[in-house]
Design a protein around this ligand. Sequence first.
Ligand code: FES
Length: 127
Amino acid sequence: MNEKIKEYFKNPRNLEIMTDASVMGKGGDPSCGDYIELYLKIEKDIIKKASAMVAGCPYAIATTSAFTEMITNQSLDDAMMISGDRVAALLGGLPEEKIHCSLMGPEALRNAAHNYIMARICTPMAS
Ligand code: FES
């Protein structure tokens, strides 16, 4: 494990439940133990705040933590362009067998964006 990943693992950023989140999305698979919940506070389609809860290995904690920083203050569209590869690159690379740890953030973001858009579409119109 490189120093940057170690640092993110030992001092994780934004790993908490956000009680006033606009939306939440899930990534990974709870049935196999690797799983995240990503919370977003969104204003005018900009992610003003991101946090997550992680069940997974130290690499999952480090990559998810870094991902919450990378998507903060990004538009939803721009945030969805941030791939697991970019998260891994920011952290100086991941071992092959840990690549999937970096994919849970982007997956959870796609789910959160879907939930966010569906909530807006399905909100009853005021009469
Ligand atoms: Fe499965 Fe990291 S979350 S090995």
